[in-house]
Design a protein around this ligand. Sequence first.
Ligand code: MCF
Ligand code: FE
Length: 406
Amino acid sequence: MKILKAKYILVCDDGFKVLKNSAIAFDTKIKKVGKFKELQAQFKDALVLDFSEDIVMPAFINPHCHLEFSANSTTLVYGDFLKWVKSVITSRSELSKEATDKLIQNAINSMMRSGVATIGEISSFGSDLNACVNSKARVVFYNEILGSNPEFIESCWENFITRFKQSDKFKSELFIPALSIHSTYSTHPTLCKRACDFAKLNNLLLSTHLLESNHENRWLREAKGGFKEWLAKFSKDAKPMYGVEEFIKNFSGLRTLFVHCVYLKELEKLDSNLHSIAHCAVSNRLLSKKTLNLKKVLKSGLNLAIATDGLSSNISLNFFDELRANLLIHDDFDLQKLAKVLLLSSTLNPARALGLNLGSLEEEKLADIAVYKGFEVSDETQIPLQLILQTKEAKELFIGGKKWEF
Ligand code: MCF
Ligand code: FE
């Protein structure tokens, strides 16, 4: 048992409670949050960790990234989604070759140093499996399925099942095999349906990219735009494979993370109990020309989570860099209010999205805890905002109560 003393504890519960000069008692789970003296009287043999000048909060959850693309810095083309897709197709095998276990491990470490304990990883090729299994992070490992050519449905499915089974051998409290259906424009409805049935049968978490670009938006809604021109090269009568509602219906009754949703108007079609939206602000700025209407999403009552996406569409996996970008991009919000929304959307909300017993510092939750260097403020209500603005790295990170060695 450990007792951690802190100057400020950001509980990250629904009401965004902040406790001053308090402490947390935990082993693998949080046992109690309260005054140090009380906890010490109750847990007499506990190891005391003195962070009484510092700020403590639940570790971040980054629910969407692509570690296999971690070798990218300037190879992929930014500014237009279709140009980016074309550059991915040209360079993905080269980038994937360069993404060695070591490089992926370094990418994971860069996230963890910023206070991330849980990662939602989209595995396109399976070459990220070793690094994810061997990392000390909690990983939801989304095996990706895609393929639009009806002739290759069986081989795409076989390839997916092989990767899924490989990952399933390592299933544990810290490693959760899951399933990702890439997108509306890349995944044939037969594959999508089969994958959703498989997820239902095996009780798996799902993720999918949805309405990320205006190209996808125009293609689905009007069968026009860049996708039409591009797909015409491969097939004379290419048609959109789904309507928006039709695509979403596949996920009914399934816990799913819908990534991006920049052009999703039909928010009411998502199930607020099981469906969440992952927002990748930097990625959207680089590929999508438009950003998610956060106010509209919050008003809809849907669960919102912040994510970095991969280095395929970001310049950093440091979670604070992503949070700072969000503060600057969403300039229609009150800054202090937005800071709180962002912290909850990086802890409590993604834990809900992934169905994990995490994300707030409350009794019986798993002890995934981050400690950040404290600072002086003249106004304590500024703490969430200043934490995001000033912090680059965590001072300490606990995952399931175990200290991570930086
Ligand atoms: O999230 C970004 C942008 N949207 C879609 N896909 C990817 C992203 N980063 C990497 N990808 C991967 C995706 O998982 O790139 C491939 C897929 O394997 C694109 S297939 C056209
Ligand atoms: Fe993505």
